[in-house]
Design a protein around this ligand. Structure first.
Ligand SMILES: Nc1nc2c(ncn2[C@@H]2O[C@H](COP(=O)(O)OP(=O)(O)OP(=O)(O)O)[C@@H](O)[C@H]2O)c(=O)[nH]1
Ligand SMILES: [Mg+2]
Length: 322
């Protein structure tokens, strides 16, 4: 194994990909920028091994099947380079140019991970990309990122969600590009409709479990503090608006204020129960109590608002210093 050196190793984790993996390995083994291509055959029983051994790659075999994330981990443990390129075994249309574009930003150090997104029609709606999880299997990343990621995410299909999160919150971030002309085979085609569907559900479960765990256990304290401060700011703005409304109500005359706010409802139904209740509350409270309550609410929420804002600023300062 030896010490880590500069360079890139390609890793393919495969489970029953005999009809498909050959095409991927043709591309990977002829790419001049890889130090080594490693295939981790995860207990396949369809002759994947025989296909792989026709190519100049390092072949590792796991028995029995242990899931994608673990197989990738076994592959990484065999690498000697500081950058890794992962590819799924079932893709068609990968080119050397795509690999170069994916690997280069990571080698140059401009991001921790670069994801090669397969083209789907929906991606033409560029703004939608913000909401689409970047879970594709083709990606280049630093070995440092892999080593930082806790073991609990190196399981099954948890792996991509885990890597994305750690690249953003514990590394130099991730970048991606959508490439045209690259396609893949879906589970339903490989395993049949029912088996494929069951596997898809399991994959979905893995991704949701990973996202849940990441939010619960791995959000850095500063990010958590920032989120909390943001929630406080929103809440205090609501409180402020409420305080202003109460104050205006007190000044206009509480009952008149309720009547003018709900004029539309009263026109439709002069006996509207909710409005009647508010009216009686308003007249019971009296203007001076409302004045006090409104002023109190405003002062309290201004204090909350300023406090949360100062907290945000100080978190920002810590981050830029740290
Ligand atoms: N080592 C290992 N690899 C797996 C396993 N299941 C899937 N893979 C590999 O992971 C890659 C992606 O798996 P797919 O099942 O195609 O998942 P996907 O492409 O995200 O989902 P689809 O939409 O169904 O295509 C392929 O290279 C598979 O061979 C597994 O149990 N172990
Ligand atoms: Mg696939």
């Amino acid at each position: 194994m030896g010490a880590t050196r500069q360079g890139v190793t390609a890793i393919v984790a495969a489970y029953n990909e005999a009809p498909r993996i050959g095409g991927v390995l043709e591309v990977l083994t002829t790419y001049p920028g890889f130090d080594e291509v490693i295939v981790v055959d995860d207990g396949s029983n369809d002759g994947t091994g025989q296909v792989v051994m026709q190519h100049p790659v390092t072949y590792l075999r796991l028995e029995p099947n242990q899931g994608k994330g673990h197989a990738m981990d076994v592959g990484v443990a065999h690498t000697r380079t500081d950058v890794i390129f992962f590819a799924d075994a079932d893709i068609v249309g990968l080119t050397h140019e795509m690999i170069t574009e994916t690997v280069r930003p990571v080698l140059e150090g401009s991001c921790e991970m670069f994801i090669l997104m397969r083209n789907r029609k929906i991606y033409y709606l560029r703004m939608l990309m913000h909401f689409i999880p970047l879970l594709g299997g083709e990606r280049a990343l630093t070995k440092r990122l892999w080593e930082q990621l806790p073991e609990r995410y190196k399981k099954g299909f948890r792996i991509e969600a885990g890597l994305n999160f750690y690249a953003v919150y514990y590394g130099k971030g991730l970048k991606y590009r959508v490439f045209r002309g690259i396609t893949q085979t879906v589970k339903e085609e490989k395993f049949g409709l029912w088996q494929g569907f069951v596997r898809r559900l399991r994959m979905f479960g893995d991704i949701v479990a990973a996202a849940w765990d990441l939010q619960r256990r791995d959000v850095p304290p500063t990010v958590e503090a920032r989120r909390l401060a943001a929630v406080r700011i929103v809440a205090s703005v609501f409180g402020l608006v409420l305080g202003v409304l109460v104050l205006v109500g007190a000044l206009v005359g509480p009952v008149d204020f309720v009547r003018s706010v709900f004029a539309h409802e009263l026109a439709e139904d002069p006996g509207a129960p909710l409005v009647r209740v508010l009216e009686s509350v308003a007249s019971g409270l009296g203007a001076s109590v409302l004045l006090l309550a409104g002023a109190g609410l405003i002062m309290l929420n201004v204090t909350f608002f300023v406090g949360a804002l100062l907290r945000l600023v100080s978190i920002g300062r810590q981050r830029s210093e740290g």
